[in-house]
Ligand binder design. Sequence first.
Ligand code: UD1
Ligand code: CA
Length: 460
Amino acid sequence: MSFKVIVLAAGKGTRFKSDLPKVLHKILGKPMLWYVIKAAEKAGAEEIIVVTGHGKDLVENFLKEEKLNAKTVFQKQQLGTGHAVLCAESILKDYDGKVVVLNGDTPLISPEEIKNIASMDGDMIVLTGETENPYGYGRVVRDGKEVLKIVEEKDATEKEKAIREINSGIYAFKTKPLFEALKNLKNDNAQGEYYLPDVLKIFKKRGLKVTAVKTENFNSIMGVNNRHELSKAEKILRERIIKNLQLSGVTIHNPESCYIESEVTVGKDTEIYGPVHIKGKTAIGKRCRIGGFTEIADSVIEDDAEVKSHCHIEKAHLKKGASVGPFSRLREGTVIETGARTGSFVETKKAHLKKGAKANHLTYLGDCTIGENTNIGAGTITCNYDGFNKWRTEIGKNVFVGSNTLFIAPVTVGDNAITAAGSVITKNVPENALAIARAKQVNLEGRAEKIREKNKRKKR
Ligand code: UD1
Ligand code: CA
């Protein structure tokens, strides 16, 4: 069974009250359109055509950035869903197979449902669903089993409005009769638009075979027309993702407070303590522990690593068995190797902590390498920025960095060296050396006593 797909994405989404076209509004970090295209891809679509209109350039840029394999056609004026489909004729004029039409604002559609209607026999298959609250949807008017028509909310009679079977806006058509029918659509309706669902009546008049199949799962066809519905769809998808992780062997505490985006992967026997935000292309390995109040984006956390609570991790890489937090902030390019750790109030950027290196408290490590088993004392700062350029600090292995050391980069410290607490290191430190770079202490005997007496006299 082969088929092509048209995605309708030209509408403005007036009810979103936004400058951004509706289909680019995001659910769990990805635009609604992304989900629709991914579902079409997974269902095995031969070709995907997106009808753009409002925010055309934004939509095209998005398709390019995400490297989505979709062609676009432009609908200059939004004259209705029927007119939108007709805009794809230029691409499909020599095609005689099946075409599935998807709404860009129905992000929860599953590949299985697309595949199912694409493989069914008939000239037009419309996917429908039943809901307690059909307001706003087109209603499916039947006579017994037979479908008679689809009527939009604004055109429906009171009796029709009471129908709870609704049109999902998702259909499979035989392509040739579809385009013929679209040319005969009229816009004599409440909205003055060319309605795609009206193709149904034309098909029936011509004796073509029309079928309506009702989905068991209404959620998968819910339309998103405003930001309230957007949050509802997001909640459904969030719960779906969390359930899939749980069933694949991940323990999730407080699942209702976990925000985990769709491209995140998590290995089995990992334990996650909500609330957390895990975003982007984050990959978490097996047997990891992710503490609460933590945000992780576009990062790799290898097996057996631990992220304690209150961490913020972005574009970082924790190798097997690394440990960070609580209260660590790891920024882009950070690598924490096996047995290495960062503790509270440690910020890193492009910092590579080699095996067993430790920075346990109150530290900034930027543009630096910290060698194996080196210990960074509290208050250490790599001064990587001189106001114009960024410079590196290279620290060897088994180094002991005393508390409150400042490294004025560029600077290197050899293996097994020690820096005295409070040092401002401006020159390279050779291997095995002790570097002391602070003012010498002077003790003035009895001076404290004198100061006190002087002040007492003043008071009198
Ligand atoms: C549409 C259906 C309705 C169905 C509902 C399901 C019509 C007339 N109505 O209503 O029966 O129950 O979807 O969610 O089809 N679009 C264009 N060009 C246009 C108009 C719309 O590309 O000229 C796109 C929109 O961007 C959107 C999709 O088509 O992605 C549906 O349009 P929308 O205005 O949301 O239709 P609904 O009123 O929801
Ligand atoms: Ca809609």
